[in-house]
Write a protein that binds this ligand. Structure first.
Ligand SMILES: *Cc1c(COP(=O)(O)O)cnc(C)c1O
Length: 400
């Protein structure tokens, strides 16, 4: 019998705030009612704010992030088109596989896992592409498997420097709504996300931001698509409707989640994620453990993939956490299986939750055979979270 709450420390699905959960508890409604647009038009407007696009459009598909990956490609490319992609973790790898499955000719740059998008290699390849054979450039903004955030701005810069006209596709599934994401400034043409990560909702929505350039490309793109066709969807969305039955409960949840994000302010949301993440990183370092991300400049503010010491199976750590402490850590995916466990620090979180995560991780690491100085990780996080907030002359707790 498990008691207490289940600690959900995975990088998605993330914790759904109680207010968002309550907002979804509504009766079914007529999705063709004359006032349905009162709900949906505001969602499109506010999702544009979250993606930071003024000129683009946002589409919502019942599905998940993976569906939005497919919608991005199927709407804007032709079978056999050449695209530039890179693999440096499980999600970027899966996107490459999907591109191949859809019949695209993928130029794939492999980077050891823990690295980020290979900007200079992209620059070289794009610079050599004088005839503009490459139609799409792909970036996994936040590689959730390794805890690496790449610079989309840098990729845009190299595209601009060689006057390359390819469309820019960005997977923002574990970054949008958490860390800085600028569709307009970075010239992102296709921005992919889903509902169950930074947006703090259950899984069920694939979300796709499209630039005007992407919309123009969709008018001539010949890849087969039907359900995911953005033409029909955009036409219906313009008046607040959908060409199929939308998941209205999720839309009400999205309304509530967007209110929270915009109410907090996107800058504040990003700095909160940074602060929460930094506390976790301090804790990990104090335990003598290292992150999968190979350089500080790549550290993700939404997920940390933590390497277990030599001889300690990360799967054991995760198993113990779930069985004994009712806590879920993210597992090591594919080649990282057994080597890392992940702490998701995105969405509806606070410092206390991360102190729990670190404390539980310490117990599980020790029980799985690691040498752990109890409290070291927790202590480092406590120090970081209280930095600059302590009284000058502390009163001894015992003296009172
Ligand atoms: C979760 C995730 C996906 C897959 O999204 P689903 O909603 O599970 O289909 C894709 N990319 C990244 C970076 C992710 O974190």
């Amino acid at each position: 019998m498990k008691t207490g709450i289940n600690h959900l420390f995975i990088p998605g699905p993330t914790n759904v705030p109680e207010s968002v959960r309550q907002a979804m508890n509504v009766p079914m409604q007529d999705m063709r009612a004359p006032d349905f647009g009162d709900l949906t038009l505001g969602l499109f407007r506010d999702l544009k704010k979250v993606l930071r696009t003024q000129t683009g459009e946002v589409l919502l598909f019942p599905g998940s992030g993976t569906g939005a990956w497919e919608a991005a490609m199927a709407n804007t490319l032709n079978p056999g088109d050449t695209v530039l992609m890179s693999r440096f973790g499980q999600f970027s790898t899966l996107w490459v596989e999907m591109a191949k499955n859809l019949g695209l000719n993928v130029i794939c740059v492999d980077v050891p896992w823990g690295g980020g998008v290979p900007v200079s290699e992209y620059a070289r390849i794009l610079g050599d592409d004088r005839e503009g054979k490459i139609k799409g450039v792909f970036v996994t903004h936040n590689e959730t498997a390794t805890g690496v955030t790449s610079s989309v701005a840098e990729v845009r810069r190299v595209m601009d420097e060689c006057f390359h006209d390819a469309l820019l596709y960005v997977d923002g599934v574990s970054s949008v709504g958490c860390i800085d994401f600028r569709m307009e400034d970075w010239g992102v043409d296709l921005a992919v996300t889903g509902s169950q990560k930074g947006l703090m909702l259950p899984a069920g929505l694939g979300i796709l931001g499209v630039s005007q350039k992407a919309i123009a490309a969709s008018k001539t793109a010949t890849m087969r698509r039907s359900y995911f066709d953005i033409g029909a969807q955009l036409a219906m969305n313009a008046t607040g409707y959908f060409p199929y039955t939308p998941p209205t409960q999720l839309l009400h949840g999205l309304r509530s989640a967007l209110n929270r994000l915009l109410g907090e302010g996107l800058e504040n949301v990003a700095s909160r994620h940074h602060r929460i993440a930094e506390g976790v990183r301090r804790g990990v370092a104090a335990l003598g453990l290292s992150l999968c991300a190979e350089h500080r400049s790549l550290y993700s503010d939404t997920v940390s993939a933590i390497r277990t010491p030599e001889g300690v199976d990360a799967r054991e750590v995760i198993k113990i956490a779930y069985a004994r402490y009712n806590a879920s850590f993210g597992s090591g995916l594919a080649q990282l299986s057994g080597k890392v466990f992940r702490i998701g620090h995105l969405g509806d979180l606070n410092e206390g939750m991360m102190i729990s995560a670190l404390g539980i991780a310490e117990m599980c690491l020790a029980e799985a055979g690691a040498r752990v100085e109890f409290g070291a990780g927790v202590g480092a996080a406590l120090s970081f979270y209280t930095e600059g907030r302590l009284a000058r002359q502390p009163t001894s707790v015992a003296a009172r």
